[in-house]
Each structure stands twice: as C-alpha cells, then as structure tokens.
Design a protein around this ligand. Structure first.
Ligand code: SF4
Ligand code: SF4
Ligand code: SF4
Length: 246
C-alpha cells in the first residue's frame, strides 16, 4: 500500500518551515521575488519551489480569516500527469510501486513544450513545472530518497505543529478521519479533500475556494483517461451546446 501525507490545515501557522526544508533538502536555489502585498512568497509553485505555503485572506462579517495551504503534488493514485506523459514519452513519469510516489524522470526532457503544456493541464492541481536550466519537468518527489530509506519527507520532519503527518495510507486515512471528527466541533465546514484518489490528503476547515483555486480537484474520485478527457472537454461542449441552442 502507498505511503501517504496527511495535512491538517487547522494546525498550520504558516511558519513556512516545510517550504524552506523542501528547498534545503533538494538544494534548490533562491527565487528573485518582490513584495506584492501578500505574505505569500514566492507567489506560486515554480521550478525551485516544490512546495509553497499559500496565504488567503477573507472577511466573514467583521472577522478576518486567514487560510493557510501548504501546497504540493498530491501523488495521485491514478496520476493523470502520467497517463498524458505516456502518450508522448513512455516512462517520462513513473509511480514507485513501493512508496506510491509519482516521479518525473530525466525522460521528461524529451517532452516538447506542447506535450508539457498538456501534462500540466491534465494535473487537476496545477503542479508540474519545467526547469528552464535542465529542461526536466519538476515537482515534489515525496522525498522518495528519504522515504525509501525509512525516513519521513523533509517537510513532515520539520513541521512543528502536527500539520504535516506521514505514514502508511491506512494509518493516515484513520488519522485524517479522527482529526476530521474532532475539528467538526469547532469548524463545521471541515472536510477531507479527494482522499480516495490522492496520497497527500488535506483537511480544510473552510470552503476550498477560500484557500486556492486548485485546493480541490474539479471532479472527485480516480479518473481513467477517457473520464478525464470527458471532464476536460465538458465545459467546452456545454458552451457549444448552449450556443447551438441559441
Ligand atoms: Fe504549516 Fe507546518 Fe509548514 Fe509551518 S511547517 S507552514 S505549520 S505545514
Ligand atoms: Fe501528477 Fe498533478 Fe497528481 Fe502530482 S498532483 S501526481 S503532478 S496529476
Ligand atoms: Fe518537498 Fe519532500 Fe515535502 Fe515534497 S515531500 S514538498 S519534495 S519536502
């Protein structure tokens, strides 16, 4: 069974220790950024940030809510990125049978820009990026080098609040359900995101849209290639039908 990360956002203080630990472990260079009025930095995932803690502010009546979302690859059970990449370069994206980690290999360099855009579009969480220096596609690796040696991912190891948890899928699912039950008493909107189809399971305590557009997949449950294509063309088909009907 896969390894799984459970992210309990009700405990996240946005200290960004996980983001820094990820950069350190993978020896990723700094980004050139500038202040844009948000504490979120950098503004998005990029080839040198496999993880970014997203900050989102909202007003509920007179109460200011600040939602924190430590974003990374979800290591999907049936990875749409792998299905699409296989159409172009076999073996560009693989899934480690032992840990369940979804990995971008050196073969991703052979993907054309058009193929890369397709792979990126197929990811329901907008994760894949291309490193301009190497040409490789990059993202969170689930720290497979650490995990395959019995160590937790760097971001889990460093998290001081218990937001990041790691273990066997069954154990993490049990922990997620327990934390959800506890959280519901204080946060009635609390829910687990896409837990049947991913191995990075988030518990949110507010509407997913109030964290980030891609906090939740647009469709629930594992999708096969045909179902995913149907989802992709769905909105397009609908608008064409609407135009046709006048
Ligand atoms: Fe949140 Fe833990 Fe990351 Fe700090 S280290 S930002 S508490 S997930
Ligand atoms: Fe692939 Fe995106 Fe799923 Fe990660 S989240 S395994 S990049 S489809
Ligand atoms: Fe980064 Fe490893 Fe955490 Fe993925 S699992 S976000 S690669 S530290």
């Amino acid at each position: 069974m896969s390894k799984t990360i459970f992210v309990d956002t009700s405990r996240c203080t946005a200290c960004r220790g996980c983001q820094v630990a990820c950069k350190e472990w993978h020896e990723l260079p700094p980004n050139d950024t500038r202040q844009t009025g948000s504490h979120q930095n950098p503004p998005d995932l990029n080839p040198y940030n496999f993880k970014v803690v997203r900050f989102s502010e909202h007003l509920d009546g007179d109460t200011v809510r600040w939602n924190f979302f430590p974003d990374q690859c979800r290591h999907c059970e049936e990875p749409p990125c792998m299905m699409e990449a296989d159409e172009h370069v076999k073996g560009a994206v693989v899934r480690d049978a032992k840990t369940g980690a979804v990995l971008f290999t050196r073969k991703t360099k052979k993907l054309s820009e058009a193929a890369f855009e397709k792979v990126r579009k197929f990811c329901p969480y907008n994760v894949p990026r291309r490193n301009p220096d190497t040409g490789f596609l990059v993202k969170c690796t689930m720290c497979n080098d650490r995990v395959s040696r019995g160590m937790p991912p760097a971001c889990v190891k460093v998290c001081p609040t218990g937001t990041m948890n790691f273990g066997e899928r069954a154990d993490m699912l049990a922990l997620a359900k327990k934390r959800l039950q506890e959280a519901k008493a204080k946060f009635p909107k609390a829910k687990l995101m896409d837990q049947d189809s991913v191995n990075v399971i988030y518990m949110l305590i507010d509407d997913p849209k109030r964290y980030y557009d891609c906090a939740a997949a647009p469709a629930r449950g594992p999708l096969d290639r045909q179902q995913f294509l149907a989802w992709l063309v769905g909105p397009l088909k609908k608008s064409v039908d609407t135009v046709a009907r006048g």
